[in-house]
Design a protein around this ligand. Sequence first.
Ligand SMILES: [Zn+2]
Length: 115
Amino acid sequence: MTSQDYQQLLANLQAGSKTAEETFDSETPITMPVSQFHITVLRRDECACQNCGSTLHLDVAHILSRAQRPDLATDPRNAVTLCRKCHLWFHTHRHDFDLFCEGHRVEIPPIDDGP
Ligand SMILES: [Zn+2]
């Protein structure tokens, strides 16, 4: 996994030339142990949420879900570091996650913790 692969994927998405699905179809999936996968993604993303920049409660989020593409479950190019807040938000607002992958920052409203 080189960071060029990831930059190429993002460039394709941002240019709208290829969807994530199409980009991965032309590539051989990268497989690695889950622990290594997590470390690779976190290191590449400099241990910060790629949406809001938070360095707390970080998750590794899949771009194409494991259900969609089990072969890409440990491919670092198919993952991005997100904080738990952004990750939860994108899970319930898939359209916003697609926008994010296309290079738009998504403003996550504050979570109402109740009174
Ligand atoms: Zn975040």
